[in-house]
Design a protein around this ligand. Structure first.
Ligand SMILES: Cc1cc2nc3c(=O)[nH]c(=O)nc-3n(C[C@H](O)[C@H](O)[C@H](O)COP(=O)(O)OP(=O)(O)OC[C@H]3O[C@@H](n4cnc5c(N)ncnc54)[C@H](O)[C@@H]3O)c2cc1C
Length: 444
């Protein structure tokens, strides 16, 4: 039996801070800014706009906070993808430098927002360990450590396989890299705290108000929702991996929602946690179809995430795959059951970059590409500042061409093929580990 009797497919995070589906006030007839989506992005925008004195309404299709923001791994960092991948290859030197500056700012913004507003978000700057999937990846991490430190100013440290137990109670990785400044939040608490802060600042938050479309009306827009029409001078699309073709066809053509899964273990003995995660680090690895995992903020459980199959179907089958991966990293957890397994949508883009700007007068902030806790909060704030006319300088990702692909509307038929390619690459890199993991699933 690998699941507890009270196993649920709701996120572990919701035990402490569930989405808010209580009946809300009638929609306002008129606002200065309407925001579609109540995740980090929409709420950070709402907070800034309401503080700036604008009448602001957040329109959410489901209960407030139902999207990725309350389902996330909650791990926060800055800039490593921009430095360590080739996503900035089309940027000139100046743009690259500004992209790194912006990226570092996302992390600083998140920390200062949480501290300044005293948000109950369990921010823990415990550092992050990146485990090397192969000896070759370890060599690459050595170069990356130097590059990250030099270009983003963080403190990096290389950990050899023989030193690894100081960071993680596992022999599974071939050493790794530590970044001391990174950390994590409780994402659902952070989302709830943002909701409270936005409300207190004067923003209206409206659940079950799915936006169906809009039409130009005078110098503003008539925004049609499931609960009636709202007149808005400005509109922000903050729907990320939950963008639908029916309501937002232009945006949907430019984003690729990808499902990711996380499982939570039942509570573990403190001695076990001390052994497997001695420094309570956030952890991810360098395989193509990566695993990411962390302790719960109270330090009692392991939360383990990833996409264990190219052709997955539901939370329970994903749970079996993720548990097999987890036990491979931590054989100490072989007898441990799972209490939660859940899914959420990450938002990829065709150029793997975030995008914010305006299309036909409607603002958008989309494309976390898997790393959105800090980034999407900051993009929400930046969009608000643009509307308020208070941006110091436009982010480098603002108003860049937002690519799509010929013939793409919303069908992501190609995703299983891409994921299968990643899994195959991982198999080629480390066939023994992949086969052993597959075998252990069968006996689960
Ligand atoms: C499993 C998982 C793990 C993750 N782990 C991490 C991590 O460790 N670190 C990290 O940095 N990032 C992580 N992310 C990414 C991060 O969670 C997201 O980037 C971030 O939460 C996105 O915030 P958002 O506000 O843009 O969108 P969301 O929080 O997804 O909110 C979008 C909202 O828009 C609403 N919506 C959609 N259409 C409409 C409509 N027509 N009308 C009204 N409302 C609408 C949706 O219902 C949804 O509530 C993870 C994501 C997932 C799914």
């Amino acid at each position: 039996m690998i699941l507890t009797p009270d196993f649920t497919t709701n996120p572990y995070w919701w035990d402490a801070a569930p989405p808010d589906g209580t009946p809300t006030d009638p929609l306002p007839e008129q606002v200065d800014v309407a925001i579609i989506g109540s995740g980090f992005c929409g709420l950070a925008a709402a907070l800034e706009l309401a503080r700036g004195g604008l009448r602001t309404a957040v329109l959410e299709a489901g209960p407030l906070g139902i999207g990725a923001s309350s389902r996330s791994g909650g791990m926060v960092s800055s800039g490593q993808k921009l430095v360590l991948t080739d996503v900035l290859k089309d940027f000139d030197d100046g743009e690259q430098a500004r992209a790194l500056e912006d990226s570092a700012e996302t992390f600083d913004f998140l920390k200062s927002l949480i501290w300044r507003e005293k948000l109950d978000a369990d921010l823990q700057l415990t550092g992050r360990f990146f485990g090397a999937w192969t000896p070759k990846h370890f060599e690459t991490l050595q170069k990356h450590a130097e590059l990250l430190a030099r270009r983003t100013g963080v403190t990096t440290r290389i950990v050899t396989k023989s030193q690894q137990h100081d960071e993680i109670g596992s022999d599974f990785y071939h050493g790794g890299m530590v970044v001391e400044e990174y950390g994590g939040v409780h994402p659902a608490k952070y989302n709830r705290a943002l909701r409270e802060a936005a409300r207190q600042a004067g923003a209206g938050l409206y659940a079950f108000a799915a936006v169906q479309g809009w039409t130009q009306q005078g110098d503003g827009l008539a925004v049609r929702t499931a609960r009636g029409v709202v007149q808005a001078k400005n509109l922000i699309v903050a729907t990320n991996g939950y963008t639908t073709a029916e309501a937002l066809p232009w945006h949907r053509r430019r984003v690729i929602p990808v499902t990711a899964f996380i499982v939570a273990t039942e509570p573990l003995a403190p001695t076990v946690m001390d052994e497997i995660m001695p420094r309570r680090r956030m952890i991810s690895d360098t395989r193509k179809e990566l695993s990411f995992f962390r302790p719960s903020p109270d330090g009692t459980r392991v939360l383990f995430g990833g996409r264990p199959d190219a052709f997955h179907n539901d939370e329970r089958s994903a749970a079996i795959g993720l548990r097999a991966r987890m036990v491979q990293v931590f054989p100490q957890l072989a007898g441990v059951r799972l209490s939660h397994a859940w899914r959420g949508n990450v938002c990829m883009t065709f150029d793997k970059l975030p995008h914010l700007g305006q299309e036909q007068g409607v603002h958008y902030a989309l494309g976390c590409n898997g790393n959105g806790v800090a980034l999407m909060s900051w993009m929400g704030q930046q969009t608000a500042l643009a509307i308020l006319g208070r941006q110091n300088r436009a982010p480098v990702f603002q108003q860049r061409p937002f690519p799509t692909a010929i013939g793409y509307k919303d069908r992501t038929w190609f995703l299983p093929l891409v994921s299968a390619g990643y899994h195959f690459r991982d198999f080629l890199d480390r066939p023994g580990a992949v086969l052993a993991e597959r075998m252990s699933r069968k006996s689960a």
